[in-house]
Design a protein around this ligand. Structure first.
Ligand code: HEC
Ligand code: HEC
Length: 301
């Protein structure tokens, strides 16, 4: 009896509602969820969207994001899709130079061809903005781009995302969004002295995140991570920044939610939450007492 009633109820759910939940993100939403909009827009100084100029302070000096609008002289108006794919997949410019891994191609290398193309098609439609790239101000010992080749040889493995058939479709969707698109680990995983992610401490948080931000442990450890958060708590946080304890996200995470993650569909945010909750718990109390923003960050190069 109950089963039959449930079936009747299910058949009453309008078909478009089910279809809407599974709708894949557009190129614009992908660019947002991948943080491209956050990092390549200098919002603090009223810079135009995607026109670059945002400062990234690291232990190795300050980098300024380039203009990626389709302006032919100062942006990437002369690029072809192939150049764009190579930049994201291999961290290499059309002229064959290596990019610093502050541009997180270490994650984007796993993006699907289809998503790269969607991003590219949208990027072509953005208003071209004339804004010259500001040169990086780096320590002398990291100025030579040829050195990045050595770094990549040790720390970078190129490759696309491969689903794990042991897990559900939504788990794999979450894994793809976390590892390839939203690159959560690039901020939430501590780095070694060479600025590479510590693989055995994945998502365990760090006191030296971007611009010295304190980045919390998001593994399911109950004491030092987010093991007490429900799946709903995690998904809601990614939509609005509201935490289960009534507090709100701050810092670069708030910015990333507002200009990126909130644009994803609810089902994509749930998939992210499902994946994050399946990570191995790592005990790591991130220095909550030391809230100094002045602290030097070791955010990549
Ligand atoms: C954490 C900040 C950050 C994020 C997020 C980021 N980038 Fe970048 N990007 C950079 C930096 C820094 C550089 C310059 C690297 C260098 O000079 O070696 C760069 C370089 C580039 C370039 C090369 C431009 C040129 O003129 O050579 C392209 C294209 C690009 N990014 C596109 C993207 C796209 C698309 C995304 C999202 C999928 C993205 N970036 C996300 C920081 C970022
Ligand atoms: C650009 C760096 C950056 C990226 C990328 C990033 N985060 Fe964060 N995240 C932070 C920072 C910084 C905080 C701390 C915010 C604060 O101070 O309120 C944070 C906070 C959080 C929290 C709150 C934890 C707590 O205990 O309060 C969760 C959950 C979280 N992030 C999940 C994610 C997920 C999932 C992703 C990928 C979809 C992600 N983050 C991507 C920097 C980042």
């Amino acid at each position: 009896m109950r089963v039959a009633a449930a079936l009747v109820l299910l058949s009453l759910v309008p078909a478009p509602a089910l279809a809407a939940a599974a709708k894949p993100p557009s190129g614009e939403i992908l660019l947002r969820a991948a943080g491209c909009v956050t990092c390549h827009s200098d919002t603090d100084n009223k810079g135009a969207m995607l026109a670059g100029g945002r400062a990234l302070r690291t232990d190795f000096g300050t980098l300024y994001t380039p203009n990626i609008t389709p302006d032919a002289r100062t942006g990437i108006g002369n690029w072809r899709l192939e150049d764009f794919r190579r930049a994201l997949r291999e961290g290499v410019s059309p002229g064959g130079e290596h990019y610093y891994p502050a541009f997180p191609y270490t994650s984007y290398t796993r993006l699907s061809d289809k998503d790269i193309e969607l991003m590219w098609n949208y990027l072509r439609t953005v208003k071209p903005v004339f804004a010259e790239d500001r040169p990086h101000e780096l320590k002398w010992y990291v100025r030579m781009r040829r050195l990045i080749a050595a770094w990549k040889w040790v720390f970078f493995s190129q490759g696309t995302f491969t689903p794990d058939v042991k897990y559900s479709i939504s788990w794999n969707r979450g894994a793809y969004l976390v590892e390839a698109v939203a690159h959560c680990g690039e901020c939430h995983t501590p780095r070694n002295l060479a600025g590479a992610l510590k693989r055995d401490r994945r998502f365990a948080g760090t006191g030296q995140g971007p611009d010295g931000a304190i980045v919390p442990n998001i593994t399911p450890d109950r004491r030092t991570g987010i093991g007490r958060w429900s799946r709903r708590d995690v998904a809601d946080y990614l939509a609005s920044g509201a935490k289960p304890d009534g507090d709100y996200a701050g810092d670069i995470m708030a910015e990333f939610i507002d200009s990126g993650l909130t644009y994803l569909s609810a089902s994509d945010r749930n998939a992210i939450a499902e994946y994050v909750q399946s990570l191995s718990p790592v005990e790591n109390a991130v220095g909550k007492s030391n809230k100094s923003r002045k602290q030097k960050g070791d955010f990549e190069f």
